[in-house]
Design a protein around this ligand. Structure first.
Ligand code: NAI
Ligand code: 3PY
Length: 328
């Protein structure tokens, strides 16, 4: 039986065209099939495509569970996710089968933190609806009471999940706008506190005391719906919620209600449940919510670098070497 040991020309599936030249490196050592469409393969198509592959280069929209690994077969040695988040992969199932799993951390940290800051300002200053007023020819005059927003300078920033992107976001807002920092984390972050000041607090305290809350935890069973109705009810009526992590971390129904009741000031989301979110969804229609189509890492620099890591991970996994960035 063909198993995890290195094979001469391993068969690899890449579930979407990635930017840059990195796939060329893969083609030199593997038989590569790239899913050619813009839309992801359906579950059915993916089940058909994974069969007999030694390696998979997957996107965050591909759900790779135990069943999918089973369908792929015993020869599957490595799953390389083209993302830092890996909630779309059943890592325990992969471990059980001895399949290596890789991700693409660090190289997208700055781009995603930049976008968190952009969303914070967009939601604070009505950037989209005010801009639309101009586009739609509805701009009548300068109004002393028009489009009044909130300002971050000197206010309190709450970072939920002080990992790489949480810290980079805090660095921008503490350094640039003199914000005071609160954060949640599973452990104290002495280095962060040395660099940025700040205090580790319980989530309830963070929500009650922050003027701007930015979510950066990984999606796990523990963080799913972390920002639920009760959590949102603790936030200040002048506060802004930003989520660039994963949609499932925020209870969207509760957020709709909070925005409708004006119990928070606004929200900026790069991630939703589902993705894409229907244009009819009340959050999309809300004047107090800015939604972007999951573009946190969407810069040439980040996406090219992610592709390089994803290919390095795949090649390492196929030859039984430790991955450049492993989550198993
Ligand atoms: N919008 C986008 O395009 C992007 C979204 N992301 C999302 O951002 C997430 C974070 O990325 P990184 O900062 O690179 O990951 P990271 O692993 O450095 O940070 C995640 C942090 O969350 C903490 N955490 C996990 N569970 C927690 C809990 N229950 N309570 C408090 N803290 C908890 C972890 O300890 C860690 O510090 C990714 O998992 C991904 O979902 C990442 C990149 C781009
Ligand atoms: O890397 C991730 O986790 C993303 O969401 C997109 O880059």
């Amino acid at each position: 039986m063909e198993s995890h040991e290195a094979v001469k020309r391993p068969r690899v599936l890449v579930t979407r065209q990635t930017p840059g030249e990195s796939l060329q490196r893969l083609r030199e050592v593997c038989e590569v099939e790239v899913w050619p469409e813009t839309m992801p393969p359906s579950r059915e198509e993916l089940c058909r495509l994974v069969k007999g592959r030694h390696g998979l280069l997957t996107m965050l929209s591909d759900r790779i569970d135990g069943e999918m690994m089973e369908i792929a077969g015993d020869q599957l040695a490595v799953i390389s996710n083209y993302a830092v988040g890996f909630n779309n992969i059943d890592v325990d199932a992969a471990k059980t089968r001895g399949i290596a799993v890789g991700n693409t951390p660090d190289v997208l940290t700055d781009a995603t933190a930049d976008l968190a800051v952009a969303l914070l300002f967009a939601a604070s200053r009505h950037v989209l609806p005010a801009g639309n007023q101009v586009r739609e020819g509805e701009w009548k005059t300068w109004e002393p009471t028009g489009w009044l927003g909130v300002e971050p300078a000197g206010k309190t920033l709450g970072i939920v999940g002080m990992g790489r992107i949480g810290r980079a976001t805090a660095r921008r807002l503490v350094g640039g706008w003199g914000m005071n920092l609160l954060y949640t984390s599973r452990s104290d972050q002495a280095e962060v506190e040395k660099e940025l000041g700040g205090r580790r607090v319980e989530l309830d305290t963070l929500l009650a005391e922050s003027d701007f809350v930015s979510v950066h935890v990984a999606l796990t069973d523990e963080t799913r719906n972390l920002i639920d109705a009760e959590a949102i009810s603790k936030m200040k009526s002048t506060s802004v919620l930003v989520n660039t992590a994963r949609g499932e971390i925020v209870d969207q129904d509760a957020l709709v209600e909070a925005l409708e009741n004006r119990s928070i000031f606004g929200a900026g989301l790069d991630v939703t449940t589902p993705e894409p979110l229907s244009a009819e969804h009340p959050l999309v229609k809300s004047a107090h919510c800015v939604i972007l189509p999951h573009i946190g890492s969407a810069t040439h620099t980040s996406r090219n670098a992610m592709a390089e890591i994803a290919v390095d991970n795949l090649i390492a996994g196929l030859s039984g070497r430790p991955l450049r960035c492993s989550v198993t």
